[in-house]
Design a protein around this ligand. Structure first.
Ligand SMILES: C[S@@+](CC[C@H](N)C(=O)[O-])C[C@H]1O[C@@H](n2cnc3c(N)ncnc32)[C@H](O)[C@@H]1O
Length: 218
């Protein structure tokens, strides 16, 4: 995404801190472009679980997507910021933003995104959320997960340090609960009959982040 578009989206948010964060995220994090690529050539709604301040919805809209986008987050302040930004952008017709737990999925089938969210749920809740996400996929739908995976490498340790600062700064008050291994994600998705691709997606960060894309076998 070009810097002018990033700046236009950043201006939709209230504080200078938030605008700086939005600018940096949109300009540098490859996860939004990877999501656009994964859902290319389909006309399905997208359910964004743990949507934060709604950046994926803004990105999709800037890329010309007009399908409904429904974002859920349990952080009331982030959802309020996402709603204000959507309203300022005139996207009320396509973007719906709800204050809800990721487990409270609306009756919608399409694509499902879980971007940097899963590790904030305790280990025992993650399989149930994955199953719920799978149930909300349309036949041509795609499940897009970006997450740090538990691996014995320096990137994983740097990630844990980064998460410590996110928790102590109050940006993610409850902090990380459980980092899944690749197998914890791959096995249930493949057991559901999905084709699963896992590849590193770190951008310029030192974090141990991966993109996991799962879709029905063709
Ligand atoms: C690192 S942010 C990612 C935001 C967004 N997915 C993105 O990539 O731009 C993680 C988000 O997950 C949300 N979250 C964590 N646990 C959640 C839960 N159980 N239900 C809903 N949202 C949750 C947090 O409030 C936070 O906004």
């Amino acid at each position: 995404m070009d810097r002018t578009t990033c700046a236009r989206i950043a201006k939709l948010y209230d504080s200078r801190l938030q605008r700086g964060y939005v600018m940096g995220k949109l300009a540098n994090d490859p996860v939004y472009a990877a999501t656009v690529a994964a859902i290319a050539d389909t006309q399905l709604p997208l359910l964004d679980l743990g949507c934060g301040i709604g950046l994926l919805g803004q990105y999709l809209s800037a890329e010309g997507h007009r399908q409904p986008y429904v974002g859920l987050d349990h952080d009331e302040r982030k959802i309020a910021a996402a709603q204000r930004a959507a309203q300022r952008a005139g996207l009320n017709a396509t973007m719906t933003l709800r204050h809800a737990d990721a487990a409270e999925l609306p009756a919608l089938h399409g694509h499902v995104a879980l971007l940097d969210v899963l590790h904030y749920l305790p280990a025992e809740r993650q399989p149930a959320l994955l199953q719920a996400a799978i149930r909300h996929l349309a036949p041509q739908g795609c499940l897009i997960i970006r997450n740090v995976l538990r691996e014995p490498n320096w990137r994983f340790h740097v990630t844990r340090l980064g998460e410590f600062f996110l928790r102590t700064s109050g940006w993610i008050p409850d902090g990380a609960q459980h980092y899944p291994t690749a197998g914890e994600l791959r096995v249930p998705l493949e057991n559901a009959g999905l084709d699963v691709r896992i590849e590193p997606l770190r951008g310029r960060t030192p974090f141990n982040s991966y993109l996991i894309v799962a879709r029905a076998l063709s």
